[in-house]
Ligand binder design. Sequence first.
Ligand code: NAD
Length: 520
Amino acid sequence: MSALEQSETTAQHSNGAPPAARGQIAVENPATGEVIGHVDDMRAEQVDAMVERARRAQPAWEAQGFDGRAEVMLELRHWFVQNRDQVIDLLVRENGKTREDALLAELFYVCDALGFWAKKAPKYLADERIKTHSLLLLGKKVFVRYRPHGVVGVIGPWNYPLTNSFGDCIPALMAGNSVVLKPSEITPLTNLMLADVVRECGAPADVFQVATGAGETGGALVENVDMIHFTGSTRTGRKVAVAAAERLIPASLELGGKDPMIVLREADVDRAANMAVQWAMSNSGQICMAVERVYVEEPVYDQFVEKVVARTLELRQGAPGEPGRVDIGAMTFPPQMEIIRGHMQDAVDKGAQVLVGGNAGTGPGRFFEPTVLTGVDHTMKIMTEETFGPVLPIMKVRDADEAVRLANDSRYGLNSSVFSKDVAKGEQVARRLNAGNACVNDALMNYLALEAPFGGSGESGLGARHGAPGIRKYCAAQTILVTRFGPKREPTMFPNTAFKAKAFERLMLLMWGRKPRRKR
Ligand code: NAD
């Protein structure tokens, strides 16, 4: 019986909401309040043992080469496509998201990523010949090779259990590492199921393992692995960074955001309004790069607000069921409800107006109504702190300069977007934003460009996923210098002589001795 079957059986026997046994974590369906499974809350010794097994399994996996590992990835993609209903059902049940979000933003992404990394890993990680400029290296060959770190730890959040957890394991595995994944304790079931699946698709035992548990389990993982990739809040990310720094292991951090959208006066207001509603409300706003605040130039402000309100009122919210039933699902993480309420109360107390929504939805599950606010400013948490809910605050600005100043008035810098029919102007504004990523007349779609790095600036993270940096981070770069036909002795070798010192001095003067001419 697989680990997941065990957890589901426990849930069936428990029938309802039993207290989790000691050392177990109960997993709940946020849209119904039902307990749907239990997983182990793994202790540090269990994590140590897992990493030890992963370490033993890694050399054989690396030895399979890119082609051997790619075969496993493509087999896995086939498995995901064949078992799509099972995967979508489980994601919907443990996260409370809509079937459409589970299909497009999770399953579709992971299938795409499996093929992408299977194909691109050999190119991104091929030996790189370096042509060096140094006269002293004439005739010597220099190249860089990328070798896997060994055992990579991946720690994930609950909002995208597949994309932001297993998705980050794919390039790590393709690079030749073993991986121990610690999914969120709120949504561990889909990833736990994959521990068996990856093996059945051809990976040697222990090359991919899943350590279930809460924060301490994640902490134990950081203490043992050779490299850590973390996705989650800035608060936890900072702790992970400190622990990794203590051990001097590399860490890649994908953290929170407060992503701005700017709507300029010449924008296609319909498109901007549709995008704002889509990407503020999708997955109940529980997206790291959700549109969390909008700045609209005065001439189109009223029109924009009117359209956003109309679109928001059309949204259907409720427990996800058959395809197309609802647009917005549940709030996955219980404390998130209090954070949203707190941000709303703070905004209203300081003068904001709630045009749509503003309240918790009706249960038994957890919901928050799609909400639109105006009359907001930067004294309010709703404009400065990550809300992570289906809430869209809109602020009127005089001009593009004010919009840029306010967009940059943030400790975060993940994604951002600018709307203007004058594309050159839109690009100019995008270049002025302090964010790791920016879209013009679009939002979030940059995430699908797997060839391009996606990472945050400021407190939104360090490092990137996707593109060459997204797989090279899972490797140590080793520079190799080869001298094929070397003389017995070179001028740089002992003994030191006055003649050689003079010769090197002359060489230096010849190369760099002339005073530089200043450009006026
Ligand atoms: P979180 O920081 O609370 O938890 C993330 C993971 O860290 C969980 O698996 C948790 O168990 C683990 N953890 C907790 N304490 C730990 C410790 N001391 N050491 C190691 N691991 C520990 O985040 P969350 O609430 O699960 O996720 C929501 C956050 O994730 C939001 O801030 C969101 O913006 C962010 N996020 C960022 C991205 C991105 O790509 N930048 C993507 C998705 C989510």
